[in-house]
Design a protein around this ligand. Structure first.
Ligand SMILES: Cc1cc2nc3c(=O)[nH]c(=O)nc-3n(C[C@H](O)[C@H](O)[C@H](O)COP(=O)(O)OP(=O)(O)OC[C@H]3O[C@@H](n4cnc5c(N)ncnc54)[C@H](O)[C@@H]3O)c2cc1C
Length: 460
């Protein structure tokens, strides 16, 4: 890689003025605090994690590198498959992910596959570790595997042992057997994306999917759009208003995709994350029995907003994965590409850009881990701020990578153009980044108006 034994503008590592040579010669007690070896940064971060989470991160890295990476480019380019069809390689990935517990790790045994030792750590943190590793190699396959957790979240948040044992447990067990039962999460409607994620918009919105009471249950009519994994799901947690009522009546229903009247109308040909389908779902008089109401009747809005609080930090983790991918690709390029007779990395402007990408990626990871570590009861303000800041900055890092690779970056085989297409979507779903900014203010308003606990000062 190197043209000589040092990078341009730096001293050789055996030079007397190279800092670590001086550290190694300091007195023994001081040396314990100053002297260190150069280590792999991924490894350093992993060792800082509690042991069960370090194991999880290693498992996720291995799964990503061995199973997702080899098929990422191919699955990004395959022609759009009709709804319900899956590429054999994607099907195999789903099967293996299920067997290895990556589709059921949100709850511990005997319900799910979270190791008991890990259960003392926030499931959001665990989810972030896995999602970052999957995103690092392929946004589309990551979403194929992760949207399922979003779909399952309302079942968890129902708080009902009956729902968890009778509905969620069989889903997790089926996944663990290698027969993946994917669950999709459906809130977005043709006339409402932001308005189903923002209270002020929701109050004005006339719901499109409506549930009408019939003996033994409800009949659902209407359409949902952009539903990740909706084309392959075996069931979907779908939100509907009660006939003649507004969004206050929103209720979550767990619908079997084999139900008569349920139809996958189409999947979108979208710019990124192409290994995951974004489906339009049609509900034509779909009967849902009463025991498939998730949570309370008219309790859907709270379940929806709580689900988003649980999922927005993991979306930020996607941004970290994409930023890490862009940084690695830029670094690989800079270490091998020659310009003006020397490798790109020997230009100090390039060194400055790479150091910035590295620092920003690490700063974003720190924010995600800091928020995720304590997110047993994720607060909207923190989850939304983390989501919009990390994904906005992650796209900037990917853009820096694109700048560095210049024309080469526009080629599919350079891989960074795919990262660039994938990262853009994290700024749209789980609420646009504008809506997430408004969510911060929505959650904060009591304090800002001085009515919380009679406080006048605002801590930031
Ligand atoms: C790849 C992908 C996967 C998705 N997966 C799912 C899924 O699994 N399930 C699901 O239900 N949905 C899913 N979605 C939908 C996604 O959540 C919505 O696209 C998103 O919420 C934005 O809605 P919209 O596209 O209708 O934009 P709109 O709501 O129409 O917004 C248009 C513009 O107006 C702005 N805006 C809206 N309200 C305000 C306001 N009050 N003040 C200022 N600006 C405002 C927005 O920020 C945006 O810039 C997915 C979308 C994508 C792209």
């Amino acid at each position: 890689m190197r043209d000589s034994h040092h990078l341009d503008g730096h001293l050789p590592t055996d030079h007397a003025l190279f800092p670590r040579n001086g550290f190694a010669r300091m007195p023994f007690p001081v040396r314990q605090f100053t002297n260190y070896r150069e280590t792999d940064l991924w490894e350093t971060d992993t060792r800082r994690l509690p042991a069960p989470l370090a194991r999880l991160r290693r498992r996720a890295q291995r799964f990503a590198d061995e199973l997702l990476a080899p098929t990422a480019a191919e699955l990004d380019l395959v022609p759009h498959l009709p709804p319900g069809e899956i590429h054999p390689k994607a099907a195999e990935i789903l099967r293996r992910a299920g067997k290895e517990g990556f589709l059921s790790y949100f709850l511990p045994a005997p319900i799910g596959s979270m190791p008991l030792g890990a259960a003392v750590h926030s499931p959001i943190w665990q989810s972030c570790l896995v999602i970052e590793e999957f995103s690092r190699v392929c946004g589309g396959l990551m979403l194929l595997l992760s949207a399922h957790h979003l779909g399952c979240m309302p079942l968890v948040l129902s708080g009902s042992p009956r729902v968890i044992i009778r509905q969620l447990r069989p889903i997790y067990q089926s996944c663990l057997k290698g027969e993946p039962h994917l669950v999709a999460f459906a809130i977005t409607e043709p006339e409402a994306g932001s308005d189903v994620e923002d209270g002020h918009g929701a109050a004005q919105y006339r719901p499109g999917v409506v549930a009408t009471p019939v003996p033994g249950g409800y009949r659902l009519n209407g359409r949902k759009i952009f539903i990740s994994g909706g084309d392959l799901c075996r069931s979907v947690t779908v939100f509907a208003a009660l006939d003649g009522e507004g969004m206050e009546s929103w209720t979550c229903f767990h619908v079997d995709s084999k139900s008569p009247g349920f139809k996958v109308a189409r999947t979108e040909l979208k710019m990124g994350m192409r290994a995951s389908g974004a489906a339009e779902l049609e509900f034509g008089d779909v009967f849902v029995p009463t025991d498939r109401i998730i949570g309370k009747l008219r309790g859907g809005w709270a379940i929806n907003r709580a689900t988003l609080n649980f999922s927005r930090i993991p979306v930020a983790a996607m941004g970290v994965g994409f930023a890490a991918a862009a940084t690695r690709i830029a670094l690989d390029f800079a270490r091998t590409y020659k310009l003006g007779g020397k490798t790109l990395l020997n230009y100090q402007d390039v060194q400055i850009r790479i150091a910035t990408m590295l620092a920003e990626t690490r700063a974003l990871r720190s924010l995600v881990w800091q928020e995720a570590r304590h997110a047993w009861r994720p607060r909207q303000l923190m989850a939304s701020a983390c989501k919009f800041h990390v994904t906005d900055r992650a796209q900037h890092i990917c853009e820096m990578g694109m700048d560095l690779l210049a024309g080469h970056g526009s080629l599919h085989e350079a891989r960074i153009e795919k990262v660039f297409r994938d990262v853009r979507l994290t700024r749209i779903f789980e609420g646009t980044n504008q809506i997430n900014r408004l969510s911060v203010m929505e959650d904060w308003q009591e304090t800002l108006l001085g009515s919380a606990h009679g406080l006048n000062s605002v801590g930031v």
